[in-house]
Design a protein around this ligand. Sequence first.
Ligand code: NAD
Length: 477
Amino acid sequence: MLHDRFFIGNQWAKPATDAQFTIKNASTGETVGTTAEAGTADIDAAVIAARSAFDEGEWPRLAPSERARIMRRFAEELRKRAPLTAEAVSTQNGMPISISGAFEGDVAPNILDYYADLADEMVLEDVRPSQFGTETFVQRLPVGVVAAIIPWNFPVNLSLVKLGPAMAAGCTMVIKPSPGTVLDSYVMAEAALAAGVPAGVLNWVPADREVGQYLIEHPGIDKVAFTGSTAAGRKIAARCGELLRPVTLELGGKSAAILLEDTDLDTFTQGIPTACLLNNGQTCYLGTRILAPKSRYDEIVEAVAGFVGALKVGDAMDPETHVGPLASEEHRARVERYIEIGKTEGRLVTGGRRPGASQGGWFVEPTVFADVDNGATIAREEIFGPVLSIIAYEGEEQAIEIANDSDFGLGGSVWSQDKAHAKAVAEKVHTGSIGLNGYVISVGSPFGGIKQSGMGREFGPEAMNAYQTYKSIFAMN
Ligand code: NAD
């Protein structure tokens, strides 16, 4: 594995320029190394490799079950490297190692197995009768060369959830990791090489956003799969609109955790780490607006503040850590700006500062504001850090109204001892997904947003739609 190269056409390709990313440890602020940074010439080389693998190579022409076999080997090679992957992610973005070990290391490869199973069952052609008594052959074809743009928060999952359906469909890809998490992409590339994924099918070129924009506009690209902020997504969507290039957008969120009157507070507080604060708050679907009934408001504020205030903040590599540092100094500054705004908009009940023993890492204490109005900046904008707002409501209808009064519609949760009741409330929330008494994404179920949280779905069989196109052959006699 060579961090001064790119993975293009199954070769460790020499960069066209000397540009480099400096890789820092989020927990200490120390520089841990450098990696090559792609420029436009490197993107050209990666697109040429992916284009040639698609236009002339074996991959799109293999039987889907043969692609499935290679995908399962790729998953296996990733599993062998799970500790490396987890360490790479946690070093760079501050994700506690207990979370990266499970989510990014152990579980992420299952996504490839899931889409390998779908490839095994894939029907490439069916014959349909027409209204004139003739027949039509309907074919499912891979959409072509995919540009995948990856954010830094869950880089392995958010890569594999694009690679899985794209590979199953027979697409080839140019993958652009975020400068915020580059090291894990080398582990993925090494696993793909060891698994025998044919040359040019997967190409990794870490680059900044300007070069990323060059990639999504490249004439050799047929489809764009983007996960990241709503601001970047809007820009990419506009460009893809002009180019009439298919694009899926998985964007930001500001989801609501609705606590109904009969919520068991122990259940809720135990669910906070995954449903409201996962990865130090650096997760798109988190319920960062906690909606609490007025009748139980003080009790809820006390329980949430008590639980969040007792979480262990520390080095991402420490298995005991609940909340690690933020991904970068700039990101911490952004989160701290929101905390300052929050102090003018609500009542700070816990956190809000840098913890004493930060030792150069980009830490902020997990923070809870009470008495927040849903119109407040901290209730409307995505903070992407460990900052929760507790908003009071009177009556269930108002809770639903507040939950829906958001520019976003990505995740959320409803908490109640009566599951049927919680489900009935969940059905009224305008969102792409929602949890009952918790929130965990499932590989077999579609995930994605409505409103400013995006367009299209990842996970589940539904994700295949983005990577396949259809061709109808009308047989007249
Ligand atoms: P970001 O938008 O700054 O960057 C995401 C990726 O896009 C990076 O690789 C970046 O280099 C690239 N990029 C940015 N502008 C681009 C452009 N114009 N053309 C091409 N590439 C461009 O986001 P981030 O800070 O890396 O990630 C955090 C954001 O991602 C949050 O808003 C979060 O909610 C969102 N996110 C959404 C989901 C989801 O599934 N909906 C999942 C994870 C993260």
